[in-house]
Design a protein around this ligand. Structure first.
Ligand code: ATP
Length: 251
């Protein structure tokens, strides 16, 4: 597994209040599931790694290049795909045009952009809707179009903020298949669904109050499960055990 991105001493916040205060993270190829309660700082971390918001302090590297400042971030932005939780779109754009536009924003080279767009649209199973207007899509299709914008041009780092929200069970299964098919990519996926982590993640981080309480493979989280902890599966009990660890990192 290749390390695609790393951050050290990361500080991020809004106004005077730090939300993340001195976080270290290494992200390798494979799928990292970022779990944590509301307000844990998952979105803040993903936005910062995506270079949407420069960190207050600390160092971020993607593919060995530092991305703290706007000028340096531009060099690697092509290699970062980001799907925000509530992504904005132009309602009158077709699916194809919207994904193509996102390829352009990420500076996918012009001669590759059409093929990359077709590939991304096909990967999320929206070929038939390629000419449909974004405003005509169902919630699940819209989310798939969003995922296409994050993977167009095959970025090495893909950051997905709650990508399975609004998907029905069949669409969630399709989504998992899609994620598994992305080879040689480092994917960070924030979710509230422990079953998503069980199904597709190679690595897990549990975040609370802007820091990691746990980082390891899902089986290690299972091994930590207190049998009396709430949860319908061993992984859920492991997650709840870690969350109830009084804020003390347990792994
Ligand atoms: N734009 C903002 N201005 C001020 N505070 C913010 C802003 N965005 C987030 N916060 C605060 O930062 C903290 C972390 O929020 P963040 O959205 O990163 O958490 P999260 O783990 O993604 O939560 P959720 O699971 O609800 O999406 C919260 O206390 C939140 O209220």
């Amino acid at each position: 597994m290749e390390i695609v991105a790393r951050a050290s001493g990361l500080v991020q916040g809004y106004g005077q209040r730090p939300v993340i205060d001195g976080l270290d993270i290494e992200i390798s190829t494979g799928v990292l599931g970022l779990l944590g309660p509301n307000g844990a700082g998952k979105t803040t971390l993903l936005r910062t790694l995506a270079s949407v918001a420069p960190p207050v302090a600390g160092r971020i590297e993607v593919l060995g290049q530092s991305v703290e400042s706007e000028s340096t971030a531009r060099r690697v932005r092509r290699d970062i795909g980001y799907l925000p939780q509530d992504f904005g779109y132009y309602p009158n754009f077709s699916v194809y045009d919207f994904v193509r536009y996102c390829a352009w924003l990420r500076e996918v080279p012009k001669k590759e952009a059409d093929a990359a767009t077709r590939h991304a649209v096909a990967s999320v199973g929206l070929e038939k809707q390629s000419k449909a207007k974004m405003k005509s899509l169902s919630g699940g299709m819209l989310r798939r179009a969003g995922i296409a914008t994050a993977i167009v041009g095959s970025p090495k780092l893909v950051l997905l903020d709650e990508p399975t929200v609004g998907l029905d069970p069949a669409q969630r299964l399709e989504f998992r298949g899609l994620i598994r098919s992305l080879q040689d990519t480092a994917i960070v996926l924030s979710t509230h669904l422990v079953e998503d982590v069980a199904a597709i993640c190679d690595d897990t981080a549990v975040m609370s109050d802007g820091r990691f309480l746990f980082r390891g493979v899902p089986d290690e989280l299972v091994a930590l499960a207190n049998p009396d902890a709430p949860g319908d599966s061993a992984l859920e009990r492991g997650y709840m055990t870690v969350l109830n660890s009084n804020g003390m990192p347990v792994a």
